[in-house]
Design a protein around this ligand. Structure first.
Ligand code: NI
Length: 392
């Protein structure tokens, strides 16, 4: 009965849901600057009498209290956009130059808000409560931590989040067991040598030669030091050094990232990067500094929570539409919740079956099939309802 209620109400709210998402899409806001977005969320929460509090400048935690006592589930959406210039040509494309909802967080916000309306209306039938959490700054991996610090997890028993994706077909839900997303780090390396004439290397200390050895050593040592059955990626994505073809550069700056699903591998890579930088710099007569920061831990799905999500998906979206996927090699600051409470984080399929090409997250032509929005809203609501059903 609850399932039918969710489906019917979401269908009635679909045009609101699509319009709300399009409005957010037109007005993307960068991490920690989601002022208009959170303001619009707050307006709707007020309109439907859902009590909420602000956490930080732009975070929102809203509580729906069920008719009977019971546990509390947190449903999470993120709200921030990216510094990408939109090239979708959509009628509701970004009106802010250089900013775009290129990761679909506009969808997450709209879907969660819509689910919140439905859950608020059926709250008498829930045994326990729901916390709707609208977080800022997922893209810089700071928003979730700020919400936790602001007390968003207080009284929360379990957490659920999802990410929309054009990489899986419309109507499906992708889930993994165990790891769901990678741990991720950021590192910056500064290599200092001594500049000189390109024809007289003996009078200089070449920072580029040392940097080149560092980059190749990372790849070689990964293959020699990490269990081949465990994934490990080190990418140097930025390198700057030198001014002219015939001048040996005295300084090189590099930036990179490491990814893995294994906490022990994550620690090993940090030690390895620092060891290589120090050792190679010394061998090549340079000095070097490393700024190494862990951005996110592994997002781990709890089995019982995944069972619950699959069950909710079967009920509200159709038997068997949830399917098992490999974990995501990218990262998610949802780890701030999943490392503290039993959690599930899944993928909402939004690939238009007619589209000739799908553009991935963060691409300037990133685009989802809007028919997935009602699926996402229904899944948020159904997972909560499933968790807050009294079991005899
Ligand atoms: Ni994202």
């Amino acid at each position: 009965m609850v399932t039918e209620q969710i489906k019917t109400r979401i269908a009635e709210l679909e045009s609101f849901l699509v319009e709300f998402r399009r409005d957010l899409h037109r007005h993307p806001e960068f991490s920690m600057q989601e002022v208009r977005t959170s303001g619009r969320v707050a307006e709707v929460l007020e309109q439907y009498g859902i009590p909420y509090r602000r956490i930080g400048a732009t975070g929102i935690a809203a509580d729906i209290t069920g008719g009977r006592p019971g546990p509390r589930i947190l449903l999470r959406a993120d709200m921030d956009a990216l510094s990408v210039t939109e090239e979708t040509g959509l009628p509701y494309a970004s009106e802010t130059p250089g900013a775009m909802h290129a990761c679909g967080h506009d969808c997450h916000t709209a879907m969660l808000l819509c689910a919140g309306i439905v859950l608020q209306e059926m709250r008498e039938e829930l045994s326990g409560s729901v916390r709707l959490m609208f977080q800022p700054a997922e893209e810089i991996a700071r928003g979730a931590a700020a919400m936790v610090e602001g007390g968003a997890l207080e009284g929360v028993d379990v957490c659920f989040g999802m990410h929309i994706t054009p990489n899986y077909p419309l109507g499906t839900v992708g889930y993994s067991r165990g790891p769901a997303a990678s741990a991720a780090s950021f590192f910056a390396i500064d290599v200092n040598g001594k500049s000189g004439h390109g024809s007289a290397p003996q009078n200089a200390v070449d920072a580029i030669a040392a940097s080149a050895v560092m980059i190749t050593s990372f790849q070689t040592l990964l293959s020699r030091e990490i269990d081949p059955l465990k994934n490990a990626v080190v990418t140097v994505g930025k390198i700057e050094g030198g001014d002219r073809f015939n001048i040996i550069p005295g300084h090189v700056h590099m930036e990179g990232t490491a990814r893995t699903y294994y906490p022990e591998v994550f620690r090993h890579i940090e030690e390895m990067v620092k060891r290589v930088v120090t050792g190679v710099a010394k061998t090549y007569r340079c000095t070097a500094e490393v700024d190494y920061q862990n951005l996110t831990e592994v997002v781990e799905n709890e089995d019982a929570m995944i069972d619950l999500v699959v069950c909710a998906s079967d009920r509200v979206l159709g038997e068997g539409v949830a399917f098992r996927t490999p974990p995501f090699t990218g990262s998610e600051d949802f780890c701030e919740f999943s490392t503290r409470r039993p959690s599930a984080f899944v993928w909402l399929g939004a690939g238009d079956p007619e589209a000739a090409e799908h553009y991935d997250h963060h691409h300037s032509k990133f685009c989802i099939d809007e028919r997935a929005l009602k699926n996402g809203a229904a899944l948020y609501a159904a997972v909560a309802a499933e968790y807050l059903t009294e079991r005899s």
